[in-house]
Design a protein around this ligand. Structure first.
Ligand code: NAD
Length: 366
């Protein structure tokens, strides 16, 4: 039996809809495995602006810091779209990641055999399913480097952004990626642009250096342009991909797209130690908020990642993942992943079914 404290930040739009289902699943695990999960709710994003005039109030940061991990729904919506950049809901999201020192973003892209038809790729390419983990550096590189505007002599105004990585920044993300690979298929692909960029040459040197501590991991390197092509040509060749902030931003979205279902994909943001922030990759989907239409699986699978990466509860993580697969294989779908011959159900019913699978009380609660 373990005792864990979780900050729950439902956010805006469908955030509360999907978080409610994930919280139900956490209660189910507590009951089945005799764990104590204390859940404390806080505000972030638009609802925090409405309540405190700030997308990331100090109380929320303090709450997260007092917990072992954070579960987040989604933020944003048309109501707050016209606010200045640093006052918008999304500023709360960037703020919480940096305030909690979360420098690694883990984004799995999985194609479940029951959902193969949702992928835009040809069936022969994804025949045996796909299971890729993109590990993206989250707090360095071009998104945080020096930027500005200058006047040039002959070409008028110019703008620049700087890609800068320190040895320590690269070391910590690369180590985390090797550790991640050692818990999966033991293959790591480092993606860079070392044929052109000096920052990539340093990146590659460090990857090679650190690989000596992980002789059991098969390491390869790939230029980012090739990686973008290979992801759609032959995604099965990838297990774990590690890359910089900007390359990871683009490649993780591409990897998500090949699964074809935004409502299915979880993510984890990690730093040193076991603390982590877990959230679905989708946004607040204001078009379906509060209508019992949102797919809660991405958020429920984010709980599985929390169990595995923050609490070391591998069995509980697998229990959630298996429950999701079983419910899909029984033909149940929320509207976003429905196809002919499947049974369309709502957010709440999907949560109930996954709960019941975990408790082995099949279909009792639908
Ligand atoms: P979105 O992900 O919210 O929605 C895109 C489309 O996917 C919509 O049609 C939506 O209905 C559908 N969708 C998304 N999640 C779904 C789910 N779980 N189940 C069923 N359908 C789902 O992206 P968007 O429309 O570009 O953005 C809407 C708002 O969300 C904006 O305010 C944006 O800034 C914000 N946003 C927040 C995050 C975040 O909190 N991490 C991420 C992206 C966008």
């Amino acid at each position: 039996m373990g005792k864990y404290k979780i900050a729950v930040l439902p956010g805006d739009g469908i955030g509360p809809d999907v978080t409610e289902q994930a919280v139900k699943v956490i209660h189910t695990l507590a009951e089945k495995y005799n764990h104590e999960f204390e859940m404390l709710e806080g505000v972030i994003g638009g609802c925090a602006i409405d309540k405190h005039g700030d997308p990331l109030p100090t109380q929320t940061v303090d709450l997260c810091k007092s917990c072992d991990s954070v579960l987040l729904g989604a933020v944003g919506g048309p109501k707050w779209d016209n606010l200045p950049g640093d006052k918008r809901p999304e500023a709360g999201l960037l703020g919480i990641r940096s305030k909690l020192g979360l420098y690694a973003n883990l984004r799995p892209a999985i194609i479940y055999s029951a959902l193969k038809d949702a992928s835009p790729l040809k069936s022969e390419i994804i025949e045996d399913g796909i299971d890729i983990m993109v590990v993206r550096e989250l707090t360095g590189g071009m998104y945080f480097g020096e930027r500005g505007r200058v006047q040039t002599e002959n070409m008028g105004e110019a703008a620049f952004d700087t890609e800068k990585y320190s040895v320590l920044e690269v070391e910590r993300i690369v180590r985390l990626a090797f550790e991640t690979a050692s818990k999966r298929g033991k293959k790591l692909m480092s993606v860079d642009k070392a044929n052109v960029l000096e920052s990539s040459r340093l990146w590659r040197e460090i990857v090679i250096q650190i690989s000596k501590d992980y002789p059991e991991i098969e390491l390869s390197h790939m230029y980012v342009d090739n990686a973008a092509m290979q992801l759609v040509r032959d995604p099965k060749q990838f297990d774990v991909i590690v890359t910089t902030n900007i390359f990871g931003d683009i490649l993780s979205d591409e990897a998500s797209m090949i699964t074809g279902s935004i409502g299915m994909l979880p993510s984890a943001s990690l730093g040193d130690g076991t603390f982590g922030l877990y959230e679905p990759i989708h946004g607040s989907a204001p078009d379906i908020a509060g209508q019992n239409k949102a797919n809660p699986i991405a958020t429920i699978l984010s709980v599985a990642m929390m169990m595995r990466y923050s609490f070391g509860l591998t069995k509980e993580a697998e229990e959630i993942e298996n429950a999701v697969v079983n419910v899909l294989e029984q033909g149940y779908r929320t509207g976003d992943i429905a196809s002919s011959g499947t049974k369309v159900i709502g957010t709440c019913e999907m949560g109930n079914l996954i709960q019941s699978e975990i408790m082995d009380k099949k279909h009792r609660n639908i």
